[in-house]
Design a binder for this molecule. Structure first.
Ligand SMILES: *Cc1c(COP(=O)(O)O)cnc(C)c1O
Length: 450
């Protein structure tokens, strides 16, 4: 059967306020053409991010009531730890308020001036935290990742030869750990193959370097391995996820993605000594080790979400729905990063609006166009996000799909809207920056239309 149906029914609804094109024009101007400055209630379909935007299940809400709010030794923590241990094999588990807190603690301990941290591609907060510690963040994607139409099945892979040569060049003493981001958010939500994780592991072992996963979308990555990698078709996503974690010495996790919750994170560390140091830093700025800046009820929701996210029915629907949106856009003539990623569709904005030069941010122009026409909020991943000091490889607009929040008819609406804006693309206008901070400028920059 062709129709994609959600493997859940709706128990509680949240109204969407419909806006007119004219209202959106005013809203866009008041927000200085930056989607991060638009109120959520002024958005019809919010595809700014998939982070923290998931709909929770009835079992997660039940967990919210069960939450044990003890300052120390909360039962909810022990339940979470046992779910995490079951899933990942890690028994040294720190809860954090979100992924970037895990990153900040980890890189305060292993980063610092002179250090180099390679990754298939660093997520923006990961890079920012590494650079904040004084270390250098290096991206080593495979060359295929730079070609938006190349349908390599594991476009998120790390270039292992580039890793070898980096280690040869800077020396293993300056590389405290290698990271692999699964799935690779920056390069389009693209998966990393088990073979690639193993190859990176072998190189790390040969040089005595630790391997960490940025495991935000570990379940989506496991599903792609099941679908695309030989020998995994009959394995459960849970089993595949475990194999991925078994290859790592640690992991930073944003629970706002594949733990299906609205807030939270995890830091997993195998090494006892490093774990102790991380625990002390956690207490300093996040909270005691059995809550880490979260409420007990949050820990319950994460524990339940981690059980649900590896369900084959959920993952099959999730990945298929994103793929469907990608196909619809391709059929409309829109160029996207192919094949579609796990959590988002990335539109090639330079191709979409060839009349807008890079200095005028074609991605940001498309973001504004989608909001104007259809009230859809999306996110630029191009020259705006890269900042003035770095060169963006591509001018992209990301349509990130929140987990379980929107129905297939919402997805159809998005596909139609994109096709209409594409037909009217000559009307998209370039932008210039009026005011922007030095780091992570995309969050607060103000723009004006050229
Ligand atoms: C979201 C994300 C992070 C940061 O997590 P937060 O919970 O937003 O702090 C780190 N890495 C990747 C790949 C992410 O997608």
């Amino acid at each position: 059967m062709k129709t994609i149906i959600e493997p859940f029914r709706v128990k509680s609804v949240e109204p969407i306020r419909m806006t007119t094109r004219q209202q959106r024009e005013t809203i866009l101007q008041d927000a200085h053409f930056n989607p991060f400055l638009i109120h959520g209630s002024d958005v019809i379909i919010d595809l700014l991010t998939d982070s923290g935007a998931a709909a929770m299940s009835s079992e997660q809400w039940a967990g919210i009531m069960r939450g044990d709010e003890s300052y120390a030794g909360s039962e909810s923590f022990y339940r979470l730890r046992s779910v995490v241990e079951d899933l990942t094999g890690f028994d040294r588990v720190l809860p954090t308020h979100q992924g970037r807190a895990s990153e900040r603690i980890l890189f305060e301990l292993v980063g610092g001036p002179g250090m180099v941290i390679p990754n298939n591609a660093h997520f923006d907060t990961t890079r920012a935290n590494i650079e904040h510690s004084g270390a250098e963040a290096v991206n080593l994607p495979i060359p295929e990742a730079a070609d938006p139409t190349n349908r390599h099945p594991f476009k998120g892979n790390m270039d292992v030869e580039a890793l070898e040569s980096l280690i040869g060049r800077v020396g293993r003493q300056r590389i405290p750990l290698v990271m692999l981001t699964v799935t690779n958010n920056t390069s389009g939500g693209q998966p990393v193959s088990m073979a690639n994780i193993k190859a990176v592991r072998r190189i790390c072992d040969a040089h005595g370097i630790q391997l960490y996963l940025d495991a935000c979308r570990f379940a989506e990555n496991a599903w792609f391995i099941r679908q695309r990698e030989e020998g995994y078709a009959d394995r459960s996503p849970r089993d595949i996820a475990r194999e991925m974690f078994d290859l790592a010495d640690g992991a930073t996790v944003s629970a706002k993605k594949d733990a299906l919750v609205n807030i939270g994170g995890l830091l997993l560390i195998r090494n006892a000594d490093l774990f102790l140091k991380a625990s002390n830093l956690l207490i300093l700025t996040e909270g005691f080790v059995t809550y880490g800046g979260l409420a007990g009820r949050d820990l319950e929701a994460i524990a339940q979400g981690l059980r649900e996210v590896v369900e084959p029915d959920y993952l099959g629907y999730r990945i298929r729905s994103v793929e469907y949106l990608g196909q619809r856009l391709l059929e409309s003539g829109i160029r996207i990063i192919e094949p579609p990623g796990g959590h988002a569709i990335y539109i090639d904005a330079a191709h979409f609006a060839p009349h807008i030069p890079r200095e005028q941010f074609p991605g940001q122009a498309l973001v504004c166009g989608l909001y104007r026409w259809a009230g859809i909020r999306s996110c630029e991943i191009g020259s705006v996000m890269a900042g003035p000091a770095r060169h963006a490889d591509m001018e992209l607009v990301r349509l990130a799909i929140p987990r379980r929040s929107y129905t297939q008819s919402h997805i159809d609406y998005v596909a139609e809207a994109c096709a209409e804006v594409f037909k009217a693309r000559a009307h998209l206008r370039g932008l210039r920056i009026v005011d922007a901070p030095e780091v992570l400028r995309h969050f607060t920059a103000k723009f004006a239309e050229v």
